[in-house]
Design a protein around this ligand. Structure first.
Ligand SMILES: C[S@@+](CC[C@H](N)C(=O)[O-])C[C@H]1O[C@@H](n2cnc3c(N)ncnc32)[C@H](O)[C@@H]1O
Length: 268
């Protein structure tokens, strides 16, 4: 395995254990609903939610009547998710698992889906092969990923500028580029379809936005490693990106945060 892959996964696992993920999940929930709809997840299907966080998509799929397995690299996320789905009364099976090494048999699922999760795998071809492996022929692999030109994509690029990924690691937002996705999935899928969506997000002020951001484990982890000067400079650059996308006036923030949905059908 490439050295950077182990290094990256260790830091991902550590960073997503921090923060208050439920707050992030609340804001990005519409993407899970959009992916459930795009994949036509329905009662009677077996569905795998990969990099499931605390189970946004898993829960929506279970509400549709699907039999759901949810997995995530970060044990703390799995614990949050297990508690959440149990509290809501759904029998979702949870497992700690790396998308690059899924502990499920070939062809088990009708649909394998990942919302802003598989995009973080350091070896996208390995992640893609694994997601297709666990899906039956004719089944569906569904992905939601931030686009590089959207708000979140640009904020990620700034994060990478101040806290660079290991050399050789691909940008996660490449899963938000149609050409790249076609290339990665071409040999695995009989069809690949795209939908461009955005999540409408609102904050009463820039301060409220930055306070919200501190719920995200990776934001907390990065800020611990940056100097005071770098933190301040990065904040200024994020403010400039907010200004570029902001549709509100008077100090409030309203942003349409763009992402790409991919729905790919496994070759027969
Ligand atoms: C932004 S959260 C998305 C969670 C969830 N899908 C949602 O929509 O709320 C990203 C998640 O990806 C998980 N993750 C990152 N790399 C992973 C990998 N290689 N395998 C499995 N999960 C991974 C993290 O632990 C984290 O829970």
């Amino acid at each position: 395995m490439a050295d950077f892959a182990d290094e990256l996964k260790a830091s991902i696992r550590e960073s997503w254990a921090l923060g208050n993920y439920a707050e992030i999940a609340r804001v990005i929930l519409p993407a899970s609903q959009a992916l459930v709809d795009a994949c036509a997840i329905s009662a009677g299907q077996e569905v795998l939610d990969v990099a499931a966080g605390n189970g946004n998509l898993a829960l929506l799929a279970a509400r549709e009547g699907a039999a759901v397995v949810a997995s995530d690299l970060t044990p703390e996320q799995v614990e949050l998710g297990r508690a959440r789905t149990a509290e809501e009364g759904y029998d979702v099976e949870w497992q700690v698992a790396d998308v690059e090494e899924l502990p499920f048999e070939d062809g088990r699922f009708d649909c394998c889906a990942s919302v802003f999760g598989a995009m973080f795998a350091p070896r996208p071809e390995v992640a893609a092969a694994e997601m297709f492996r666990v899906v039956r022929a004719g089944g569906t692999v569904g992905l939601a990923a931030w686009t590089p030109e959207g708000f979140q994509g640009k904020v990620f690029a700034l994060g990478n500028k101040y806290s660079p990924m290991p050399e050789g690691a691909p940008r996660g937002t490449m899963w938000g580029e149609e050409e790249v996705v076609r290339d990665r999935l071409g040999g695995l899928a009989s069809s690949v379809q795209f939908e461009r969506h955005s999540i409408h997000e609102e904050w009463e002020s820039a301060d409220a936005f930055f306070e919200f951001s501190r719920n995200a484990g990776p934001t907390i982890a990065r800020s611990k490693t940056l100097s005071h000067e770098d933190r301040a400079q990065m904040k200024d650059e994020v403010l400039a990106v907010i200004e570029e996308f902001n549709q509100a006036t008077g100090g409030a923030i309203a942003i349409d945060n763009e992402y790409l949905i991919t729905v790919a059908r496994k070759r027969g």
